[in-house]
Write a protein that binds this ligand. Structure first.
Ligand SMILES: [Zn+2]
Length: 343
């Protein structure tokens, strides 16, 4: 196991609270269970039987991503323009401090192109030098400050309320969830669809009402990909065998070649999208755009070679009625409506 990976996992404990953790460290968060998952298959509002969500963690170099933050920020303008041209919507989880220090224009562009702006915490890593980088290692005060402050920063920029959050590393505890509920958010997106080390773990594709130790929370949790990540995570973590192994596992199962380039990653994601359609299910893709600002002699511009081809696939499949591409907020609304139908 690589030095960096050992560190990040070892940093996962100890923590405040009795429950929680991260779905991305090879275990389900302690005590977290799924209630009332969206019953699949279902018919999404455009008539499609499958849904694929496009989500971005917008974190610059405030987390562990590689790449040039100035390039990342500049990239958002053409990413948003392309989304608008294709009639596609994405969900952008933005670190509050990044919006304060590098914004506000790139955040406004995300909102103006019709996509959803959500929180990725006020700080990506909290007190990393002290060895406690994760939200789930803190009590109610720190969680409340991070969630409330980031939502305030973002909603001031876009001129409307923020309705959702993805906590950095998806690391949470009962205090994180209490603070999310207090903030009045409609959804969170923290947990893994399938654990990459053990497919028995994870929460499946369907959004659900999260329960910690028997206590249900008043928002929808939308599980996300923990296995195939954006290609560039593998590049950025090329010394980290586990990240590459998890993608290899998926490629092997799907019978496709694993080529660690932007176009190779298109093949991986294309298979993930096809699988959602085949299973009449849903799937939440995750891309870290800081890693689309990683330069290499092995590829050109990752936005052109990876992301835009993915957008084209999603848009074409949506036009054909094979998938719906909702924002997380829209997916949360669909889930809540399904609960109300049943009651
Ligand atoms: Zn992050």
């Amino acid at each position: 196991m690589d030095e960096g990976q050992r560190d990040i996992i070892a940093l996962g404990a100890p923590r405040h609270g009795k429950f929680g953790g991260s779905s991305f460290f090879g275990a389900n968060p302690i005590g977290l269970t799924a209630e009332a998952p969206l019953s699949l298959p279902t018919t999404f509002p455009n008539g499609a039987q499958a849904a694929v969500l496009m989500t971005f963690d917008v974190e610059g170099t405030y987390g562990n991503g590689q790449g040039d933050m100035a390039v990342e920020v500049e990239n958002y303008f053409r990413i948003c323009e392309r989304l608008a041209d294709l009639g596609l919507k994405a969900t952008f989880h933005v670190v509050g401090r990044m919006a304060e220090e590098q914004g506000p224009e790139f955040v406004r562009a995300m909102d103006e192109c019709g996509s959803e702006v959500a929180s990725h915490g006020q700080w990506h890593d909290i007190a990393i030098d002290a060895g406690y980088p994760f939200h789930g290692q803190y009590g109610i005060e720190v969680n409340r400050e991070s969630i409330h402050r980031s939502c305030g920063v973002l909603s001031d920029i876009i001129g409307s309320p923020v309705n959702g959050i993805r906590l950095p590393y998806g690391h949470l505890n009962e205090h994180s969830y209490e603070a999310i509920e207090e903030e009045g958010l409609a959804w969170a997106s923290n947990v893994a669809i399938e654990d990459y080390q053990n497919s028995e773990l994870g929460y499946g594709c369907a959004p659900f009402r999260p329960v910690i130790n028997g206590r249900p929370y008043g928002f929808v949790e939308i599980p996300l990909d923990s296995q195939t990540y954006d290609w560039s995570i593998w590049i950025a973590d090329e010394n980290n065998a586990a990240f590459i192994e998890r993608v290899k596992l998926f490629a092997d199962r799907e019978g496709i070649a694993l080529e660690r380039t932007p176009s190779g990653a298109v093949t991986i994601w294309q298979a993930q999208i096809a699988k959602a359609i085949r299973n009449r299910s849903c799937f939440t893709l995750l891309c870290h755009p800081i890693n689309l600002a990683v330069m290499s002699e092995h590829w050109g511009d990752p936005v052109e070679e990876f992301l835009f081809p993915i957008f084209d696939i999603l848009a074409a499949r949506q036009r054909a009625g094979e998938i719906s591409v909702p924002t997380c907020g829209e997916m949360a609304d669909i889930t809540v409506a399904s609960w109300e139908d049943k009651s």
